[in-house]
Ligand binder design. Sequence first.
Ligand code: CA
Length: 411
Amino acid sequence: MKSFLKIDPDSHFSIHNLPYGVFKTTDNQNSRVGVAIGNKVLDLSVIENAGYFDSILSKTVFSCGSLNPFISLGKSVWSQIRLKIQSLLSDDSDLKDNLELINRCLIPMPLAVMCLPCKIGDYTDFYSSKEHATNVGTMFRGKDNALNPNWLHLPVAYHGRSSSIVVGGTQIKRPYGQILDAENKPKFSLSKLMDFELEMGFFIGKENTMGSPIEIENATDSIFGMVIVNDWSARDIQKWEYVPLGPFLGKNFATSISPWVVTMEALEPFKVEGPLQNPQPLNYLKRKEYNSYDIKLEVSLKIDGSNQPKVISRSNHKYLYWDVAQQLVHHSVNGCKMQIGDLLASGTISGPDRTSLGSMLEISWKGTRPIKFENGIQRKFLQDKDSVVMTGYCQGNGYRVGFGEVEGTII
Ligand code: CA
């Protein structure tokens, strides 16, 4: 499959990808749905108005500011629209000779201002990386009690806050809160231990009725697509507040997501076997197929005063102990209702060695091994004006299915 557009082999947005996003432009302030292709955005509202989707859609869904109406049409419509877009962008498309329409529907990517892709009702954050949970547990409770007794039996999670989820590129204000001073007395202060968390999240694509759990056999039918998530964390606020009910103000001041939602259909060729699970999970959580993905993830840090970003971590989605299907099934096993557009994030994705850690807390090991930059500058945690960029892609044969990036600067 080839596109009539020239697409670099290392572009994240090949014709095999076609991720959905919501954007605006200077000359059209209406937010609308687009698909990333090479260095362009295909404006689906224009394609829709030109009648190309008439045989598939009975109402317009791409002229609005969120993907929710499109997602609610279900998996079979997602597939039909994907095929249609692929054929419109392919080598033998009749679109390529319609220069008037091409001028209206293909927008240079730098001109697109990206918005949040979905109206996110609820946000849940898991804790699904065994390496991350072990590292953090070792730091705070010692090696022998690193994993809590429940950890190998269920995907641990907490309910986050959707109101402070922002799209990549949004500046992040360092939060105030209660932290402990040197004498272990609480004081009100700006957080001094700002951190990022490298995660991936997925959007719910199909609702269950309250009281009816989603089953493992068809769990992935309920997932629309994935994004990269930076779950910003204030470690000093978190450490003082988290017992006994878990994360709260150390987390809910900001969470950044990448703007392009890569569909599960595009990710399908990159499914791989996940880590061996021992002990075997209870029946309702037992894997029926592979739902881990070979997504190469990278975190770069650009510090104030330096022009060169430095890669500080390379991880992979496939390291996650609990996969996306298990997270979703566990979330709804008590009958909890999942709604279209809900975001479920994985938790920090750390890998097996020191180059694959997904947070500053782990990379600097609680501040004991700072990251070194040129001119003797070092970082244990994030300083003001530091910028974190996360990116990720799957490598196909001569093409990529990628997520673009999610950037955030501390102010
Ligand atoms: Ca997290």
